[in-house]
Unconditional design. Structure first.
Length: 216
């Protein structure tokens, strides 16, 4: 079957919260891969995508010419993926779902800038505070006066983590991974059964009364 609109139809189904299975079965390998990414993104939290950045990311993810003619509808969900990539989740991981060939990209390279995300008063000892700075999302953590910042993006497939106070853990709403406050993935019979990379560190500094992170 050679129908250039079939991927569009599958994405339409997805965007309307309907199963794309019927259409999806007719897709070729690359189209199925794109549909899987789209499904992944639908499962992620919306992240106020920046249009220009997401367009650039889309071009890197899907270099094949105009496979998705209704790109704008699809791109709405790519903001979460954008955050994931910048938070250290390699594009290769998203594209191939390979667990052994992950390509880790630097969190933010030399082209970053310091972005204020909190004040010292916001972050007394014991506090864990979510932040968003440009395309980077994460958590500020104050333990005994030492302030760290960790990526808030799951290292499995890029969903945004939530902090669960009762467990003192970062929990992934997508497939249940949990990370400790130090960023290590919990393992064991009651946790996610795939060895996941720890949450990447984000550079953080105190500048006067302001807490700043290195972001883009
Ligand atoms: Fe799968 Fe987080 S994205 S466990």
């Amino acid at each position: 079957m050679n129908d250039p609109e079939r991927l569009d139809r599958a994405l339409e189904e997805l965007l309307h919260d309907r199963s794309p299975r019927g259409v999806g079965e007719s897709l070729d390998g690359e189209e199925q891969r794109m549909l899987r990414v789209a499904q992944l993104l639908r499962g992620s939290r919306p992240a106020d995508p920046d249009g220009e950045f997401v367009e650039a990311l889309h071009a890197r993810l899907f270099p094949a010419p105009a496979r998705v003619s209704r790109r704008t509808a699809f791109l709405g969900g790519l903001g979460a993926l954008a955050a994931g990539v910048l938070a250290g989740v390699g594009i290769d991981r998203f594209a191939s779902e390979s667990r052994s060939a992950t390509t880790w990209t630097p969190l933010v390279g030399a082209n970053g800038r310091w972005v204020p995300v909190a004040t010292v008063a916001d972050l007394p000892h014991g506090t864990i505070k979510a932040f968003r700075a440009g395309h980077v999302q994460g958590f500020l953590i104050n333990r005994h006066g030492e302030i760290r910042a960790l990526s808030g993006v799951c290292t499995h497939m890029g969903c945004l983590l939530e902090f669960k106070q009762s467990d003192q853990a970062f929990v992934c709403p997508c497939h249940g991974a949990e990370f400790s406050i130090s960023g290590e993935a919990y393992q064991g019979p009651h946790h996610y059964n795939i060895r996941l990379s720890p949450l990447p560190e984000i550079r953080v500094r105190r500048s006067g009364e302001s807490i700043e992170v290195w972001s883009v």
